[in-house]
Ligand binder design. Structure first.
Ligand code: C2E
Ligand code: MG
Ligand code: MG
Ligand code: MG
Length: 278
């Protein structure tokens, strides 16, 4: 039935799309096969609490490998799946898989799994019910799930967004604003949203050591986020120097290649064992 639904949406959105390149058309049908055969994968990247050095949570990131092993980047296939509507079945699969894997992650000491959502998923009429169903089916408690949304998702249909966010909060599901700083919303707007975290986009972290303006912006985001009671995660942390600055600025959490790259569940479980969680 899910597959059937996926196809219907795929048709619906593909009619809306203006034009597709030949390679996009091939990719779209390959992606449909991957969705239908459930051969997409989820990788997990640890999120570290700077104060304790422990892994508190992980972010689930979709991976797609063709039969010959070629990896297609999410930066390529996620936008495609969003434009064709294929993100609906693909995203539903990712949500369920992440909640399923959370059982093992929880046993390994991880508190929470963060799942990325696209606008199409979030603004669907039955979105909240879908979350409830997945939690129930996978026996996951709502505190173990975190949803990552971008600013643009929340700005598209603000009234609907706020009511969904309020329901999620009541239910105990955390929401993080992803890629913060790249949109146009600003912190005063954030203050009105029932979210609990924001993730500073990698764009500001990348040249943090060299760029005084990035330091000023990052520091400003952290200070204001704290004032409105939000936790802050820095994305794309790659060096010790960046960590030192982020700690100095009062940033609570970090994620990036310095700590670990996204990896399959089995590898993550080994990584956790070697990374003292006690
Ligand atoms: P995102 O949610 O902002 O995820 C963080 C991205 O930064 C990931 O890229 C991750 O691999 C990368 N990253 C983490 N640390 C570092 C670092 O230290 N250096 C560098 N250079 N990169 C780092 P990835 O996995 O390629 O995903 C790209 C984007 O695709 C994600 O950005 C997210 O927007 C989207 N995406 C991935 N999985 C899903 C999914 O299941 N659903 C939806 N809707 N979107 C997804
Ligand atoms: Mg994310
Ligand atoms: Mg991000
Ligand atoms: Mg990003």
């Amino acid at each position: 039935q899910a597959k059937q639904q996926g196809r219907n949406h795929w048709q619906f959105y593909s009619q809306q799309r203006k034009s597709m390149s030949a390679s996009d058309i091939i990719l779209r049908s390959q992606l449909q096969q991957a969705i239908d055969s459930e051969s997409l994968q989820l990788y997990y990247q640890p999120i570290i609490d700077f104060s304790s050095g422990k892994i508190v949570s992980v972010e689930a990131l979709m991976r797609w490998f063709l039969d010959d092993g070629t990896a297609i980047s999410p930066l390529e296939f996620i936008p495609l799946a969003e434009s064709t509507g294929q993100i609906i079945p693909a995203g539903a699969w990712a949500l369920k898989q992440a909640c399923h894997d959370m059982q093992m992650l929880h046993a390994a000491g991880i508190q929470r799994v963060a799942v990325n959502l696209s606008a199409l998923q979030f603004h669907r009429a039955n979105f909240f019910e879908q979350i409830e169903t997945v939690l129930k089916e996978t026996q996951t408690s709502p505190e173990m799930l975190e949803l990552e949304l971008t600013e643009s998702i929340l700005m598209e249909n603000t009234n609907n967004a706020i009511s969904v966010l309020e329901r999620l909060r009541e239910r105990g599901i955390r929401v993080a604003i992803d890629d913060f700083g790249t949109g146009f919303s600003g912190l005063s707007y954030l203050k009105t949203l029932p979210v609990s975290k924001l993730k500073i986009d990698r764009a500001f972290i990348k040249e943090l050591e060299q760029s005084l303006s990035d330091q000023v912006i990052t520091q400003g985001i952290i200070n204001m986020a704290k004032q409105v009671g939000l936790e802050v995660i820095a994305e794309g942390v790659e060096t010790k120097e960046q960590i030192a600055l982020l700690k100095q600025f009062g940033c609570g959490y970090g994620q990036g290649f310095y700590f670990a790259r996204p990896m399959p569940l089995a590898d993550l479980l080994i990584f956790i064992q070697n990374h003292d969680l006690t």
